[in-house]
Write a new protein. Structure first.
Length: 336
């Protein structure tokens, strides 16, 4: 197991009649195998969340969380007291918004490989049902980890060595219209830094321009796009930033000019390392769209071969319809 849990505290949050109620646990949880497995699941679920924002503590915002964490790291404050202070700030911020959130507020200090994190997540509760041995229905509640929307993580290692880059804190931006980003920035006392979507978009443009400049054939381009996409997916899985040097190693195998030199010479506004936006990089290997009751998705490498687009007639022709779709279509016409 790659996760090593140092501290874990869980409180309960309930908001009714516009007032947030906090039920504090009195102490830290004992760390055991179950705790390690739980945090490992939480870690991977958080890494898999798309649409994250990145930020850093700001002297212009509420500094309670930042000061408490720093005191904890200086061994001046216990972890439970950090969570107590942070929870009080969370309560104040929740009362400003029309968020009717109920769930368990998890604070965890853990190490994953060589990086230390503090994760803060408000996890909702979901009921599930089962049939007992005597064929009766039973109900129980569980933590709905996969659907968490209110969560942020401080990369303590990056805070130590790369604080000036202003992206050592990540947070889930959440569903549109909920102002979750504003809420978490205010709660943590942060200002947003690197824009993962913007950086991923710049990276994609730089990669496409590089592939065209080097005059690779279609198959070579498709292969390199897939390798870049796989690298970005690995970064998302581990929660690490993409590195231009690693991208260059992948792309420059057959080119006359290294990608790391190309993007600098062309003046792309791309950081040496940057967070990945999952939806943006997916467009590197896949075309997809939804509208008017039609949903279409196919691998980019098929465009021009199995999939033909005619811009004059605005039609898409698919050669070799997927077997399951073909079966549905044939049965439909047979029944007419």
């Amino acid at each position: 197991m790659s996760i090593e849990v140092n501290k874990l505290v869980v409180h309960y949050v309930d908001k009714q009649d516009e007032e947030t109620q906090i039920h504090l646990r009195n102490d830290e949880m004992s760390v055991n195998d179950k705790v390690n497995v739980f945090i490992e699941q939480l870690h991977h679920a958080y890494n898999g969340k798309p649409g994250k924002g990145f930020c850093a503590f700001s002297s212009d915002k509420n500094s309670v969380v930042a000061s408490a964490l720093q005191s904890y790291r200086n061994q001046e404050l216990g972890f439970w007291h950090v969570t107590e202070q942070a929870t009080e700030v969370l309560k104040e911020e929740l009362n400003k918004y029309a968020f009717h959130e109920t769930g368990y507020l998890v604070f965890c200090h853990y190490r994953y490989i060589a990086t230390e994190y503090v994760l803060v997540a408000l996890i909702n509760i979901k009921e599930h049902y089962a049939i007992t041995s005597d064929l009766n229905l039973s109900a129980a509640k569980h933590l709905d980890i996969t659907r968490m929307q209110l969560a942020a993580r401080v990369d303590l290692t990056a805070w130590d060595v790369e604080a000036e880059q202003n992206r050592y804190i990540s947070f889930i931006k959440g569903r549109a219209g909920r102002k979750v980003a504003d809420f978490f920035l205010d709660f943590l006392g942060c200002e947003e830094g690197v824009d993962a979507k913007q950086q991923s978009t710049v990276m994609l443009q730089a990669v496409e321009d590089y592939l065209s400049e080097q005059q690779f054939d279609k198959q070579e381009k498709d292969t390199l796009r897939k390798e870049v996409f796989d690298y970005c997916n690995d970064c998302l899985a581990t929660g690490e930033d993409a590195e231009v040097s690693s991208l260059s190693d992948t792309l420059s195998k057959s080119g006359d000019i290294a990608f790391s030199d190309f993007y600098k010479d062309q003046g792309y506004a791309l950081e040496e390392s940057f967070p990945i936006d999952k939806k943006t990089v997916s467009s590197m290997v896949k075309f997809s769209g939804v509208g008017g009751g039609v949903s279409v998705s196919f691998e980019r490498k098929h465009l021009g071969e199995r999939v033909i687009y005619n811009s004059q007639t605005d039609t898409l022709t698919i050669k070799g319809v997927p077997a399951n779709l073909k079966d549905q279509l044939l049965r439909f016409y047979e029944e007419q």
